[in-house]
Write a protein that binds this ligand. Structure first.
Ligand code: PHE
Length: 446
């Protein structure tokens, strides 16, 4: 059976950007920036993106597009050894872990969208929104039901396949998302009045110049670019041979950074003007964003659009996580896409229930002060994704025939390839050594 391929170039770009841009940008980035010293974090983030992430992105896409296979079989095919499939296994584990906690937050966005539609938040101020959020996410049933809806939407899209499901959705929702994030950032800039927030975002604070900030920035960059778990290998495997991989990787990274900064600009200055600490944490986007929207004239319509967009950003990412697993299961067990998708989502849903309850009923189950949700996030973003990144860069740098990589990146010499030596150097040394040091430091071994 021939493998389905994305039908247009813009479709691939938007699907990749759709995977990258998600809750990581709108919800996680602003609070990571807030709790890790603003400008210092952003500086680390950009450096890591250029020197560590973009090479790994290119490496992942090459593996997928060269073999046109799923995350496990592509590594096996290139190396000729089954044991190399373990890189795919890391990705596989990360996919389940991320799906579990990501869908919970996806469920929260559905709750907020629904309540915007029925007008619950009209006239709410920050303390009221704060109270609403606290009561809702600690509840035992409602968030679980919302998580179920979120997963059901992702399931339906993935069932439709690459072109009719993933590509079509990305083409519709990503431009909308761009439009709205710009409106929000502009509104925040023009209405927050004081510039303390912007100053916080763009000045270097030496107190945060340490390995913790560096690790947080690394985890966030990997998470935000959907790296280290095979999304790019999987999407790459649906790419036609004529696409320019290097250009694609740079474009996706630039779009992702742009969205992250826009989200931070939309949130942080507003926080400052309300006198709320920028370290507010995970509830930030659910408390501050709605209040920003209230300020734009209390427009309920805008709030509905905003939460739809928030939800769509989450969905275009969630489908990419699901597709990694679906692509492997359908190849390996020769069961059809629809059946595979449902089975996988049911397993992930069980994990999501545990994550959701970890804010309420199971909140006393903690490790190092984190609840189960936090542990899942930590294991995926700070351990599995970096580990996947180290292995992929070593694999492409040392094991994959470099002439073949060169041919693949230059589309058999039909496009000019700049900086191949630099890329190889980054994959062989800079990325694996850099990521390993940061990883070891974080677990206290270095
Ligand atoms: N990149 C997505 C985001 O920023 C999350 C994600 C992580 C998606 C890993 C796929 C794989 O929200």
């Amino acid at each position: 059976m021939t493998r389905e391929k994305f039908s247009t170039r813009i479709g691939i770009l938007l699907a990749l950007a759709g995977s990258a841009i998600g809750l990581g940008n709108l919800w996680k980035f602003p609070y990571e920036v807030g709790s890790n010293g603003g400008g210092t974090f952003i500086l680390f983030y950009i450096l890591i993106m250029i020197f560590l992430c973009i090479p790994v992105m290119i490496a992942e896409i090459v593996v997928g597009r060269y073999t046109h296979k799923n995350i496990i079989h592509s590594f096996i095919e290139i190396s000729g050894k089954r044991s190399w499939g373990f890189i795919g296994v890391i990705g596989f584990s990360a996919a389940f872990t991320i799906m579990a906690f990501y869908s919970v937050v996806g469920g929260w966005t559905i709750e907020y969208l629904w309540n915007s539609i029925i007008g619950t938040f009209n006239g709410f101020d920050v303390p009221q929104l704060e109270q609403y959020f606290n009561e809702f996410h600690k509840n035992a049933e409602r968030p679980v039901i919302m998580t179920f809806f979120f997963m059901a939407i992702s399931t339906l899209i993935v069932m439709l396949g690459i072109v009719k499901g993933i590509e079509r959705m990305s083409k519709i929702f990503m431009p909308l998302l761009l439009f709205f994030i710009i409106i929000l950032a502009c509104e925040s800039l023009f209405s927050s009045g004081d510039n303390d927030g912007l100053e916080f975002l763009f000045t270097f604070n030496p107190d945060y110049f340490n390995s913790k900030t560096l690790l947080e920035a690394l985890g966030q960059a990997f998470f935000s670019l959907s790296l280290g778990m095979g999304v790019l290998v999987t999407y790459g495997s649906y790419m036609k041979k004529r696409e320019n991989i290097v250009k694609m990787a740079f474009s996706v990274a630039a779009l992702d950074l742009f969205f992250a900064l826009m989200a931070a600009i939309a949130i942080i200055p507003t926080l400052f003007s309300f006198g709320i600490s920028p370290e507010e944490g995970k509830g930030m986007a659910f408390i501050v964003f709605p209040s920003v929207l209230q300020k734009i004239g209390g427009s309920q319509f805008l709030m509905i659009i905003f939460f739809s967009v928030f939800l769509l950003a989450a969905i275009t990412s969630s489908i990419s996580i699901l597709e990694v697993v679906v692509s492997f299961i359908t190849d390996k067990f020769a069961i059809n896409r629809k059946k595979a998708t449902v089975i996988i989502v049911l397993i992930a849903f069980m994990l999501s229930i545990v994550c959701s309850l970890s804010f309420g009923k199971f909140s006393n189950l903690t490790l190092f002060g984190e609840n189960i949700f936090g542990i899942f996030d930590y294991i995926a973003s700070n351990i599995l994704l970096p580990l996947g990144g180290i292995c992929t860069s070593l694999f492409v740098g040392w094991r994959f025939n470099k002439e073949v990589v060169k041919q693949e990146l230059s589309n058999d010499n039909s496009i000019k390839l700049y900086g191949f030596k630099l890329l190889l150097f980054a994959l062989r040394y800079i990325a694996p050594i850099g990521i390993t040091i940061i990883l070891l430091q974080s677990i206290g071994l270095f």
